[in-house]
Design a protein around this ligand. Structure first.
Ligand code: PHE
Length: 343
């Protein structure tokens, strides 16, 4: 290279601006972009020769090159405003040209969790989304006057019956399990898991939705203990996140378990604190506990002979963690740009 670097850049700039003036269509503009700014375009190509320049000129050469690139990018954006971009000028696809659909991210997570639970020996059971109060509440040791049963918390199908015998949009999939045990006369030992959609009268915000998905599980036998709970959950979390996870139990209250726990998982994404664990290295995953004797009795299981654990985790939560999604409302936004990322 004999000419001073300045001249080469000046020439290139002149050439680019001259050509740009004549451009009237998005297609031509794209061609211009590829020619000057694309990966194999003239400016990047020139910039790559920085290593061939005399050592004392390299810094200046690089600076000039970067400045030119920025200038041309600025001109490109300005010109796009005049002639539009290619995407805008492309004809809308006809219906029969529409791309293939794909599964919703929540469906993908649900299937994975379900497969893991099945591999751990759990029977996967589904139930109705419209549930009777006796399964959604009474059988779970949630009495008529419990605040969770108020219309401010639960969606009733008809005005709430004063006898507590109406129907609700199920508030958890625990209902599916008691229903399954009672209706099928299941006798311990049994281990069942029920994934599904639940509904709560909540004001949506980034971490709450009025509908979301749960994975609940119930294991009952002559000698099922918290250690069983722990190993199953650690296997589930570790398999799902592909990283050995441990859990920590904090005391928690749920009417259908005693004792009850709030469950935290060791953060699978970091060692010393990150955005997802809010710098604590622990992530809240849901609730669990040893099944309350009243609930066992309600399922026609003798609490003197049998005991068991139950847990409930949010499928949305698994999905949000896995993909770093920070707003649960996106799942229901119907925004195709969001959903397409999970094709
Ligand atoms: N049903 C509880 C909920 O929906 C979760 C849970 C299940 C807690 C089982 C303890 C035991 O929040």
């Amino acid at each position: 290279m004999t000419e001073p670097a300045d001249d080469i850049f000046a020439q290139l700039k002149q050439q680019a601006t001259e050509q740009l003036k004549k451009i009237t269509t998005p297609e031509e503009l794209e061609q211009w972009r590829v020619n000057f700014l694309g990966r194999k375009g003239q400016v990047p190509r020139l910039l790559r020769t920085v290593k061939d320049q005399p050592a004392e000129q390299r810094a200046a050469f690089g600076q000039h090159g970067n400045k030119l690139r920025q200038e041309l990018e600025g001109l490109l954006t300005a010109h796009q405003k005049k002639v539009g971009t290619r995407a805008m000028s492309q004809p809308q696809p006809k219906v029969n040209q529409a791309g293939l659909g794909h599964l919703h991210p929540l469906t993908l997570t649900r299937r994975r969790l379900q497969n893991i639970m099945a591999a751990l020996g759990f029977l996967i059971i589904e139930g109705p989304e419209v549930e009777e109060e006796k399964y959604d509440f009474d059988a779970l040791n949630i009495p008529f006057e419990h605040p969770a049963r108020a219309e401010t918390d639960t969606f009733y199908l008809a005005p709430r019956s004063p006898r507590g015998d109406g129907r609700v949009l199920r508030t958890s999939t625990s209902a599916v399990q008691v229903r399954a045990v009672i209706e099928n006369d299941l006798v311990p030992p049994f281990q069942i898991a029920s994934p599904g959609r639940v509904f709560r009268n909540e004001k949506p915000d980034p971490t709450h939705e009025s509908t979301f998905y749960q994975l609940e599980a119930l294991m009952v036998g002559p000698s099922v203990t918290v250690a069983d709970y722990r190993s199953i959950t650690e296997a589930l979390f570790s398999t799902f996140f592909g990283k050995v996870a441990s859990i920590r139990l904090r005391p928690g209250y749920f009417p259908f378990v005693e004792p009850g726990f709030e469950i935290d998982m060791s953060c699978p994404f970091c060692q010393s604190g990150c955005r997802l664990c809010k710098q604590t290295t622990w992530i809240e995953m849901g609730g669990a506990g040893m099944v309350h004797p009243n609930v066992l009795s309600n399922m026609n299981v003798d609490p003197e002979k049998y005991q068991g654990f139950a847990f409930g985790y949010g499928i949305d939560r698994f999905t949000m963690l896995q993909h770093g999604i920070d707003d649960i409302r996106l799942f229901w936004s119907g925004d195709i740009r969001f959903l397409k990322q999970f094709a």
